[in-house]
Design a binder for this molecule. Structure first.
Ligand code: TXA
Ligand code: MG
Length: 349
């Protein structure tokens, strides 16, 4: 299949290309577009045949449900059984933005979207290209992250092109995404409000509205017996080709342990890559070390994380030694992605 690739300036959107994207979506095709979190691979969320193409292009297991993207709160009404009061408050406060809410679904939502579940995930992205497309198309757009299943989510059009060129109808290049990791998934369909996937809308943010919020205990656990409540979380995710180990604990201990490991892996003839931070970069010598950003600004770390995982692959490293970061606010989401990338290999120093 031929993939059209178009550059769009988010501050000065060329309507001609929005129209082209909408035509493709309304006739059952697939369009990749930027959101504020990661790039999404979109199709008409009410058309089962169109949605099938998403699963095919990504090589995604059919038991992993998709998120429907909307441009307004009104659009949610017809997709859900009802809107709980707390969900309305969350939508008003955090939309458009990196928060996905799970509702009981209405009969309009096809089961291919929800992977057979009676609940549906919905979000309103905070990116004008995405919002214009959804508004103009006037249909909910199903869109998982636009990567091949198992690869790190794409934060630039280059990542998308590497994974999906020839497999989708159109890719819109809208520059690098801001947040860099996927949205928070919040389940409001049951009795207990629960975070199933942490993201940039943090537990601390949500607590201001939801007093009894809980976090799925599998989120940063390496215990394989704890089964995640969100189907997507059970897969080895965000995985680089290299093996990866995450080191947690006091920062000096982390640096010392990683430096010892560098020597051990060098003896074994393995190429090592270090994922460190601005504050620690100078402590690693004669080794490929890439800074995720400053520990004082964890949002820079989430912004860079997936790009650096992909660079490690391009550099053909055998083993990635990654510094852990503090598990508060967006740090929970960052550590969740690191745990997944490392298949739960965490060493406490
Ligand atoms: O930031 C994002 O959310 C991006 C952009 C493109 O919007 N999308 C994204 O989609 O990350 P995806 O498909 O890669 O991840 C969706 C996650 C999966 O972990 C999936 O299992 C979960 O949401 N999910 C979807 N529907 C669900 C449901 N009904 N119940 C529980 N989990 C659900
Ligand atoms: Mg994904």
């Amino acid at each position: 299949m031929e993939t059209k690739i178009k550059n769009l300036d988010v501050d000065n959107i060329d309507r001609k290309f929005i129209k082209q994207a909408v035509d493709i979506l309304q006739t059952g095709g697939t369009v990749v577009f930027p959101t504020e979190t990661v790039y999404g691979l979109g199709a008409n969320g009410l058309d089962s045949e169109a949605v099938k193409k998403i699963f095919q292009a990504k090589g995604r297991p059919s038991d992993n449900p998709l998120i429907l993207h909307v441009h307004s709160i009104e659009q949610v009404e017809e997709l859900v059984e009802h809107i709980p009061h707390i969900a309305r408050l969350c939508m008003e406060k955090f939309w458009p933005g990196p928060l996905t809410i799970i509702f009981k679904k209405s009969s309009r939502v096809p089961y291919i979207i929800t992977a057979g579940l009676d609940t549906v995930a919905i979000r309103m992205p905070r990116n004008n290209i995405a919002l214009e497309i959804i508004k103009e198309a006037n249909i909910p757009i199903a869109a998982p992250s636009a990567n091949l299943s198992g690869r790190p989510s794409p934060t630039t059009a280059k990542h998308v092109i590497d994974d999906l060129v020839g497999k989708v109808d159109m890719i819109i290049d809208g520059g690098s995404t801001g947040v860099g990791i996927e949205s928070t998934v919040l389940d409001l369909s049951g009795d207990i409000p629960m975070i199933l996937r942490p993201g940039a809308v943090t537990k601390e943010d949500l607590k201001e509205i939801i007093f009894n919020i809980e976090v799925d205990s599998s989120i940063i656990s390496s215990d394989e017996n704890i089964i995640p409540k969100s189907p997507g979380q059970k897969y080895k995710h965000y995985a680089p080709n290299a093996e990866m180990i995450v080191f947690t604990g006091e920062i000096n201990n982390i640096i010392n342990t990683i430096n010892k490991e560098i020597i051990e892996y060098r003896k074994k003839g393995k190429k090592t890559g270090i994922m460190c931070t601005d504050e620690t970069k100078d402590y690693y010598k004669d080794v490929l070390s890439l800074s995720l950003g400053s520990r004082k600004r964890p949002e820079t770390i989430s912004h860079n994380l997936f790009n650096i995982l992909r660079i490690m692959d391009e550099e053909n490293v055998d083993i990635i030694l990654a510094e852990g970061i503090e598990i508060s606010n967006i740090g929970l989401a960052i550590m969740n992605r690191m745990m997944k990338a490392s298949s739960g290999r965490v060493i406490r120093t």
